[in-house]
Design a protein around this ligand. Structure first.
Ligand code: EPU
Length: 428
């Protein structure tokens, strides 16, 4: 989403053509770590979060928690968060600009202080991404919501239970509502909620903190508590990182074993990869071996809310489909502008026809190395994947997008035999 002045960035230099082989461990999920980090604000007691990936977005969330007055310490993959000293309810623009998930501070701050002031996130490179559903929820919960000078000011007098139905399914909207309602002692009901595994991981944490939450289909019933406790929790594996590594294995005609995966969260991705010609064999509970037989087949993908095919895997699949034998179709139903990577892939020789929310991908024999730009997190991942099979050298600029959400991706791929060099980018 963001502009290049916010981070200094690196570039990747990739030499394509290696078949990936070996074992690699999947990290904890970014999109579960972030809401769980914000859940620590709901209590004065300390919490421990395990399996937290080293990412720019996690650093941004830590910085925000510290700004609000919390103590945050990292011990390898663990975050120790002591929120006792939190004495501010303002989330400044500079952090929201860097990471729009900072909007997840709104529910906890309103729950803890009865007020929150959070900078309004703008649109980003994948879509307009309004937060009207978050605000509509807070209004229906009885809060006074004012948007002024780029900030949302939310204030509540007496907290009460609420029955609220989301007009559309929103991941962080659902999380914000759950975070807030966990502090409300009366019964609340949320309808049409997101049920992504990351949302369910947050629910698990809120239960550990003392909230009672029942989820049935897209309906949640919540009985909150004014005395939530600290927690110890291990974050679920990152299903998008796992999916990205699976595509890397298939695309390069490799043989890769992923460790620390939760295949139960990846059914649709596994199904589509198998339809495209992947061999995916679970080994025990947390391991999976991924290979392919021959050139991948063309397929059709429609992105949907969980349990549908995740929009966060769409760009990576496009890289794979670029070299299948035949015509594939991708329909992006979640975000209105999430095909930026198609234009970069075309610079590498892909043949893609983007028509609104549909992309028709005509498989080519080979991609060729080129100089391309990262436009967002998952787009960058798709370019890395394409670079792995392209003939010659690929340069990917603005890798900070990738660093927001993938932990040491190049080191992991290099450990499987890839040749990816990280170099400082001279900004022009
Ligand atoms: N939407 C609205 N109004 C709202 C909220 C959402 O119109 O109030 C629309 C959005 O514009 C979008 C759709 O609803 O078209 C779904 O958006 P959602 O709110 O579910 O997205 P999000 O919560 O902002 C999270 C992930 C994204 C992921 C989406 C969809 C986090 C921190 N982010 O975003 O992850 O793509 O859900 O699954 O959980 C990523 O990791 O690369 C990433 C972008």
């Amino acid at each position: 989403m963001m502009n290049t002045t916010l981070y200094s960035s690196d570039l990747f230099l990739i030499e394509g053509g290696v078949k990936l082989r070996g074992k690699v461990r999947v990290s904890g999920a970014k999109n579960a770590s972030l809401p769980i980090m914000f859940a620590t604000l709901l209590t004065k007691e300390g919490s421990v979060i395990e399996n937290v990936p080293h990412l720019l977005d996690v650093d941004s969330a830590s910085e925000l928690l510290k700004k609000l007055g919390a103590r945050v310490e990292r011990l390898e993959d663990r975050l120790l968060i002591d929120p006792e000293g939190v004495n501010s309810w303002e989330t400044p623009d500079e952090i929201v600009k860097r990471m729009r998930a900072s909007v997840l501070s709104m529910g906890p701050l309103l729950g803890r202080f009865g007020r929150a002031r959070v900078a309004l996130p703008g649109g980003c490179s994948i879509g307009a991404r309004p937060i009207d559903q978050h605000l509509k929820f807070f209004v229906s919960a009885g809060a006074d919501v004012q948007v002024k000078e780029g900030y949302v000011n939310v204030e509540i007098g007496k907290k009460r239970g609420v029955e609220f139905r989301f007009d559309l399914i929103t991941v962080t909207g659902t999380e914000n509502a759950l975070l807030y309602l966990s502090t409300v002692e009366e019964k609340s009901v949320l309808e049409n909620i997101a049920v992504e595994p990351e949302v369910m991981d947050l629910v698990e944490v809120l239960r550990k903190m003392g909230a009672r939450i029942e989820v049935e289909g897209r309906r949640a019933v919540i009985w909150g508590s004014s005395e939530l406790r600290g927690f110890v929790h291990r974050v679920i594996p990152d299903r998008i990182e796992a999916g990205t590594l699976m595509v890397a294995a298939v695309l390069t005609d490799g043989d890769v074993t992923l460790e620390g995966v939760e295949l139960g969260h990846m059914e649709e991705v596994v199904e589509k990869l198998m339809e495209a010609g992947a061999k995916i064999e679970p080994i025990g509970r947390e391991k999976v071996r991924v290979r392919r037989g021959g050139r991948p087949n063309p397929i059709e993908i429609v992105t949907r809310e969980y349990p549908g095919f995740p929009t966060d895997m769409q760009a990576q699949m496009m890289a794979l489909l670029s070299v299948t034998e035949g015509k594939s179709m991708i329909y992006e139903s979640i975000f209105e502008n999430r095909f930026q990577h198609a234009y970069e892939l075309m610079k590498m020789g892909a043949n893609i026809d983007v028509r609104g929310r549909s992309a028709f991908v005509y498989g080519v024999e080979k991609l060729r190395g080129a100089e391309v730009n990262s436009t967002d997190l998952r787009a960058s991942a798709s370019l890395v994947l394409a670079g792995l099979v392209a003939e010659g050298k690929t340069v990917i600029r603005d890798i900070y997008h990738l660093d927001r959400g993938y932990e040491r991706l190049e080191e992991k791929l290099n450990s499987l035999g890839a040749s990816i060099e990280r170099l400082p980018q001279i900004l022009s």
